[in-house]
Design a protein around this ligand. Structure first.
Ligand SMILES: Cc1ncc(COP(=O)(O)O)c(C=O)c1O
Length: 363
């Protein structure tokens, strides 16, 4: 029977490997998924008790939209709540790119951009970043000719570099009819905010989330921010109740009253700076970062380093094809950095450094 159904699945979906949601991470120190510094558990518990009484009714999003617009400085009507930035990516990419279209992004970057373009049946051009992980603007401008959509992250994941404002302005100006989706998932870590540009550039669409800087990835609460007319059109793609009542309630409360989140961010970025300084002192090539994570190069030994750390209860991200031999680590405070270094330093003394591959060699 199943043999009769399978050929009816859209051809674009057949060759795509489903996203493998990681499992069994609970017993580890999780430095592998860029989760941000968590809020105080007491505040969360209080909010969850209040949220419980809302579970017997369908959620409402008016207050969440209003508070998000105020918090992010977005135009009224310029916010669409989504189930994490991930859902925003799927909806926006699917809205602009379909079969016969082409989406432009960079490599290395967040793998879900290509994943959602493939789901939508669109082709992808991924422009390689410059060796210092900066955008190769001319190459992106050239690739963007005739493209349906450009998707960029700033700061980028995994490279932790922000976009240069001049580069973004050129991209937006050169083709005002072509949407640029700017994923600002990590923007708060470096104080970046391109949302005010939406007033000038109606082709700019921005993603925000409570997953990283707010430390609430399990809540699944994010926002697509754009020109009100664009948001109203994208709203047609949203399922009626795409966020749970818990996400809407707790998300609103955090946007309105999470007063110490900047201190948590500062602790995380300071811990990342300490980590970078120590790695550099140990002779490990480490790239600069404006967020709470950074990448460093170990070459062929990267896999054994990740395994050795896992044996000591620490998870790190071994990067794939685009950055093979690199490891990405995120920290939320000084304890993460200290625990990581106390496990990594003894491992490092047992091996010799490897030359950095030419593609990413810094001058
Ligand atoms: C660049 C980037 N965009 C989007 C996401 C997804 O975030 P969310 O948890 O809000 O879906 C991530 C998560 O790692 C990310 O790194």
């Amino acid at each position: 029977m199943v043999g009769q159904v399978l050929p009816l699945v859209r051809p674009a979906l057949r060759g795509i490997t489903p996203y493998a949601t990681p499992t069994g991470r609970d017993r580890y120190r999780r430095l592998d998924a860029n989760e941000g510094p968590p809020p105080a558990p007491g505040l969360l518990r209080e909010l969850l008790v209040e949220a419980a009484s809302r579970l017997s009714y369908y959620p409402e999003y008016t207050e969440l939209r209003r508070l998000a617009a105020v918090h992010y400085g977005a135009p009224a009507g310029g916010i669409m709540p989504v189930c994490g930035a991930d859902e925003g990516l799927r909806l926006v990419i699917g809205a602009f790119a379909g079969p016969g279209d082409r989406m432009v992004t960079v490599r290395p970057t967040f793998s879900m951009y290509t994943f959602y373009a493939q789901l939508a049946g669109a082709a992808v051009t991924a422009v390689t970043l410059a060796p210092d992980f900066e955008l190769d603007l001319n190459a992106v401008l050239e690739a963007a000719g005739g493209a349906a959509l450009v998707v960029l992250a700033s700061p980028n994941n995994p490279t932790a570099r922000p976009i240069r404002p001049g580069d973004l302005a050129r991209l937006l100006q050169l083709a005002p009819e072509r949407p640029i989706l700017l994923d600002e998932t990590y923007a708060e870590f470096c104080g970046q905010n391109f949302i005010p540009w939406i007033e000038r550039f109606s082709n700019l669409i921005i993603l925000r989330t409570l997953s990283k800087a707010r430390g609430l990835p399990g809540l699944r609460c994010g926002f697509v921010v754009g020109h009100p007319a664009v948001i109203s059109s994208l709203d047609t793609l949203r399922s009626p109740y795409n966020l749970t009542a818990t996400a809407a309630w707790v998300g609103s409360a955090f946007l309105a009253g999470d007063t110490d989140f900047r201190e948590r961010l500062a602790a995380a970025t300071t811990a990342r700076a300490t980590l970078q300084r120590e790695l550099a002192r140990l002779g490990v090539p480490v790239w600069s970062s404006v967020t709470h994570f950074c990448v460093f190069y170990l070459g062929d030994a990267a896999g054994s380093a990740a395994s050795a750390l896992a044996e000591q209860g620490i998870l790190v991200r071994l990067l794939g094809d685009d950055l093979s031999g690199f490891i990405r680590v995120s920290v939320t405070g000084p304890e993460d950095t200290a625990v990581f270094l106390s496990a990594f330093t003894p491992w490092l003394t047992q091996r010799r450094p490897e030359p950095i591959p030419a593609a990413w060699r810094l001058s």
